[in-house]
Design a protein around this ligand. Structure first.
Ligand code: PEP
Ligand code: MG
Length: 893
């Protein structure tokens, strides 16, 4: 029999797959002897079974009954008992945290009878009725799908009627009336009564949590965070404890260190006389943890001890949710806390200094994507700025945009190419699409742990929250601060590292980490404050360690001397791919066009002659920038449509001209040629080696330009290391033909120039046939570079030009894949071909050098895969080089 329900006393932190993150950590805290309210976890397996079969597994009900009994015995109370009710919370908790994306229902067990009982035992009738109205409100909205505004409106009306400004000012009578009105809303909206039977409430809430796994917003969040859709969520049923039992109670969240700066010391938000949802929803402004110490010293002291225990036990920053019920502290949740990129690097380095973790472990605590965030630009500190308000520094970076007041507007304007800043009083999880579409998020309410902050940090979106001076009216679409009013379309700038909000459109400047990456540690820390210096040093320390332990070399994809220089500064160990066709975009495109269209040998030769000096000069400069390091030059691989005028546009132009009797003979000639060359699928057409073997002299010209450039550099005393790479090879015969010609030319140039030229010749592996016949091809190749862009296109049979926009979102929604295979390597399909190609390559030529130069070379997950199949290097765009260095290091620890 499958066990679907686990008591908190049975389980531990390593069982996240089964118990979800929250359940596993509740079990761990219970094991550590921390004060966790008793309860049990329903497994993710039960959720998956429900989602597959549309109904809960038969055994689940029985197992819940059994666990509930045990819980009731332990507590000496019965769920919803009229005299002395046990109340429980029902909370979602997936393997990976999805803050606010799924459902929670508190106070399960209250009904018309037990509310009286609760009032009696708690000695506080008001509190009991407030809890009951909260249950109906939450249950109504999340389980019965009633628009939450219905309840909010009724609450507002009740406050008006009783002249109350805040919720706590509503007395018992008002709350009794409100409960009656809420029940009527339930009846009106659903045609049934609010369920009075506690067990029915529990069962309905459990199913609602299961279902919430698949809501639109949860799916969107998972797509974004690359969480698989088939994991399901666990459900935690936990004895209720109350932070809203008067002034000796409260609730809060805490971190063992500051999650946005990494500062050691405890940090958090606390609200007296409140329930947990009030803190994360950001509805009321909170007090700091230090202030909690003055108000509730005893539970504060215990909390500090628990935080310390958790941090040393998990050996990492932890965050916790806790409640104080009449002076007694309860730990409701913990997990290894989310953090900003800045904090991740600093904390990892600090924990090494504190001897809690090793350098290898420190490397596991940071990611390439976090490094990317640190390379973000910041607001220019020396520019003119008018400070409008100050909020909390919730997620770093600079965001400058025109303001919008709701998600729909954010999405619409971003689609038009506008840079928008989402401004909200407070955010709720439904704002996710707007947050994705915006460059940054600004809220007037809520702390660093509000949804807005947590979600923005996770996405790497700049966020300032809790800027209380701002009065935001989403209906009127106005933001008022002091005597100034801003409306939709006005520019604002926010600094997510300081929490500042500025008027207008400020300049942005590069980040200090970028300065360090480009100029080294000494210049990188010049003039920085202590905190930033600590950050830069932490990044340096971890990158150095990654460099020390990584097996993969990191090269760059670059086509200009400037990119080559920059990449080298960022740590590139050579060029893995110089796409020569990129050297002919822009003004030089006509030269390629002339060469492709030439009909006579003379025309062709003169086109080639014009290309040679340009190529040579480009190569000389790049070889100089990469002196002493390998530089792989790929022979021309232009999909023809990128280099010829568009057939339709040209046809229209000629037709219009004909109608006006103004025909240009050149256009007519061009149109005839373009028609002749037109291909239905140019990505699979006359490209790469096929073009080289078709257009006589083309590859010869490029090899000559490269060899001559190398000779020039050698004569100048340099150490050029060019490599010739042949694209889109499917057969060894293609490679042999090019290789013979290339070797002849290289020998010729060496002799003419009187220099020694070592120029390895290799091929890209970007067709399945090449991967499958790699052993043969390797006999003629000094190196392979996997072109995983084309290999993905040709393995899947997707056109890389067309499919992403056409149906990938749908494919991701349906779970065909969780991430575009053009972004992260499809290990089982395309990856398998890479593996076969690498094995074949080594079998055919034991000295072969193996790399990858598709976009995947800069993608963290793919880098780990390339490491695992034993490639020698990855090559990626210049700005990804530090990321690749870090991830290549992480792949080995
Ligand atoms: C590739 O196909 O992966 C590759 C690097 O070549 P390109 O993207 O230029 O086709
Ligand atoms: Mg390619």
């Amino acid at each position: 029999m499958t066990t679907y329900v686990y008591d908190f006393e049975h389980g531990d932190k390593d069982q996240k797959d089964l118990l979800g993150g929250k359940g596993a950590n509740l079990a761990e805290m219970t094991k550590l002897g921390l004060p966790v309210p008793p309860g049990f976890t329903i497994t993710t397996e039960a959720c998956r079974a429900y989602l597959e079969q549309g109904q809960a597994p038969a055994e689940l009900g029985v197992q819940v009954t059994k666990e509930l009994r045990l819980l009731e015995q332990k507590m000496g109370r019965r769920l919803g008992n009229a005299d002395d009710p046990l109340l429980v919370s029902v909370r979602s908790g997936a393997k990976f945290s999805m803050p606010g994306m799924m459902e929670t229902v508190l106070n399960i067990g209250l009904n018309d009878d037990s509310v009286e009982g609760l009032g009696r035992i708690g000695g506080d009738e008001r509190f009991a009725w407030d809890s009951y109205r909260r249950l109906i409100q939450m249950f109504g909205a999340t389980v019965m799908h009633i628009e939450s505004r219905r309840f909010a409106d009724a609450l507002d009306a009740k406050k008006d009627q009783h002249g109350a400004k805040t919720d706590p000012e509503l007395g018992v009578e008002a709350l009794r009336e409100l409960v009656g009105e809420y029940k009527q809303i339930v009846r009106d909206e659903t045609g049934r009564d609010f369920p009075q039977w506690p067990r029915e409430q529990l069962d309905m809430a459990i199913i609602a949590v299961f279902k919430s796994w698949n809501t639109e917003r949860a799916r969107l969040y998972r797509r974004r965070e690359r969480i698989p859709h088939d994991l399901g969520t666990a459900v935690n049923v936990c004895t209720m404890v109350f932070g809203n039992m008067g002034d000796t109670s409260g609730t809060g969240v805490a971190f063992t260190r500051d999650p946005s700066t990494g500062h050691s010391g405890h940090y958090g938000d606390y609200l007296i006389n409140a329930q947990g949802e009030d803190v994360v929803a950001g509805i009321r402004n909170t007090m700091s943890l230090a202030d909690m110490g003055t108000h509730h010293p005893e539970p504060f002291k215990q909390l500090e001890q628990n935080l310390h225990l958790l941090e040393t036990h998990y050996r990492d920053l932890c965050d916790v949710e806790f409640t104080v019920e009449r002076g007694k502290l309860w730990m409701l949740q913990t997990r290894v806390g989310k953090r900003t990129a800045n904090a991740a690097f600093r904390i990892a380095s600090q924990l090494v200094d504190e001897q809690l973790i090793t350098m290898n472990e420190a490397l596991e605590r940071v990611t390439g994507e976090q490094l990317v965030q640190l390379m973000f630009p910041q607001l220019d500190p020396d520019g003119d700025r008018t400070l409008l308000a100050r909020g909390m520094a919730a997620s770093p970076g600079a965001a400058v945009g025109t303001i919008v007041f709701d998600s729909a507007a954010a999405v619409a304007k971003a689609a038009e190419g506008e840079q928008v800043l989402l401004v909200r009083r407070e955010t709720n999880p439904d704002d996710l699409s707007g947050m994705i579409a915006s460059v940054g998020v600004l809220t007037a309410r809520g702390g660093k742990t509000s949804h807005a902050a947590v979600v923005a940090r996770g996405m790497g979106r700049t966020c300032v929250c809790g800027a209380e001076e701002l009065q935001i009216d989403a209906n009127a679409k106005t933001l008022v601060v002091g005597d100034q009013t801003f409306g939709e379309g006005d520019w604002l700038s926010i600094d997510g590292a300081t929490g500042e909000v500025f008027d207008g459109r400020l300049e942005v400047v590069p980040s200090p980490v970028m300065r360090y990456l480009e100029h080294g540690i000494e210049r990188g820390v010049e003039g920085l404050d202590d905190e930033t210096t600590e950050l830069v040093k932490a990044v340096d320390r971890l990158l150095r360690h990654a460099d020390k332990v990584r097996r993969l070399d990191v090269r760059t994809n670059a086509d200009t001397a400037e990119d080559s220089r920059r990449a080298r500064q960022l740590g590139a160990q050579g060029i893995g791919l110089c796409r020569t066709e990129h050297m002919f975009l822009g003004d030089r495109r006509v030269l390629i066009e002339r060469m492709i269209l030439a009909t006579s040998d003379e025309d062709k030769q003169s086109a080639l002659d014009a290309l040679l000096p340009l190529q040579r000069q480009d190569f000389v400069e790049m070889l100089e920038a990469m002196d002493g390091l390998p530089m792989t030059v790929r022979l021309l691989d232009p999909p023809l449509h990128e280099f010829l005028p568009d057939l339709t546009e040209l046809s229209v132009k000629v037709a219009v001209a004909e109608a006006k009797a103004e025909t240009d003979p050149h256009d007519v000639e061009l149109l005839a040629a373009v028609r002749k060359q037109h291909e239905s699928n140019p990505m699979l057409g006359l490209r790469g080696v096929r073009l080289g073997l078709t257009v006589k002299g083309l590859f010869a010209l490029q090899v000559r330009a490269l060899a001559e450039a190398a000779a020039i550099r050698r004569q100048a005393g340099g150490d050029p290391r060019p490599e010739v790479m042949v694209p889109l090879v499917g057969s060894i015969n293609e490679l042999d033909l090019i290789r013979d010609e290339a070797e002849r030319i290289i020998a010729e140039v060496a002799e003419q120039q009187g220099v020694q030229l070592q120029m390895p010749i290799g091929t890209m592996i970007e067709l399945p046939r090449a991967a499958l016949t790699a052993e043969r091809i390797a006999e003629s190749a000094d190196f392979f570079s996997f072109g995983t862009n084309d290999l993905t296109q040709t393995t899947w049979g997707f056109s890389r030009d067309d499919v992403e926009a056409a149906f990938f979102t749908n494919y991701m929604d349906k779970g065909v894949f969780t991430v575009s295979p053009f972004e992260t390597i499809d290990r089982t399909g395309v990856g398998r071909l890479v593996q076969l190609g690498a094995e074949g390559g080594r079998a055919g030529n034991p000295r072969i050098h193996l790399g990858v130069c598709g976009e995947h070379g800069g993608d963290p997950a793919s880098i780990h895969f390339f490491d695992s199949v034993g490639l020698d290097y990855v090559s990626c765009s210049p700005f990804r080089v530090p990321v690749a260095r870090l991830e290549a290091g992480r792949a080995t620890v």
